[in-house]
Ligand binder design. Sequence first.
Ligand code: ZN
Length: 263
Amino acid sequence: MPFIDSHCHLDFPDFDQDRDEVIQSCQKQGIVRCILPGTSHLQMEKQLALKGAYPDWIDIAFGLHPYMIESQKKEDVEAISKMIASHSKTIVALGEIGLDKRFPLWEEQVRVFERQVELAQDFQLPLILHHQKSQDTMLGILRKKGFSHGGVIHAFSGSLQQAQQWLALGFKLGLGGTVTYLRAQKTRQVVKELPLDSFVLETDAPDMPVYGYQGQRNSPERLLNVFQSLTSLRNEDGSVIERQVYQNTCDIFGSVKPLGDDL
Ligand SMILES: [Zn+2]
């Protein structure tokens, strides 16, 4: 049965030495697709090259991550909007975008986030969202803008009530390394209580190592560890969970995008 890593930074230099081997190892495990969110305009050409090299296995999204806020220039937002316009047939989402209280320039973060939400609305693309003490603010912005194309709240952690607000807006919860840790009790409890059509799987590799691999580079090869943690929290058969989570991911991102004419 197939698995999809809905959030993996395989374009990062961390994988420059062994990217092809990592991809082959994933394919042997039944991972049929990997979605690479964007973090900066500097990564876009590399993302496009990887999509070109693995057109049936890699999908890409463009976005400016709030982590980059200090190094961003005003023109970057417009540069990314041009890239989105010219590659709108190739990309499957807009992200990874969001708001993060640990990073500086909050008001600038909000401005860049709002602009990117507008772009996603214009191009009818789902969002891949990064959050850190910012879920309520982001929910408010999406409601205010009437955003209607759904997406994934990546690395979900939070309350049942927060989860339900995302689901009501057409989002899925991205489950990654967090659910593999027994100490993440609140998030694991939420995973038990929600319907199975609420979740997608992700690794966020090279970040967010799963339990047992702390301190190591995370890899999309660990996606099945996340899946096993999910099955341990649910009553349904593994095959039922696998099929539904695969379907959930396709519901958000569509099936694998062919290379657009725009590439
Ligand atoms: Zn990420």
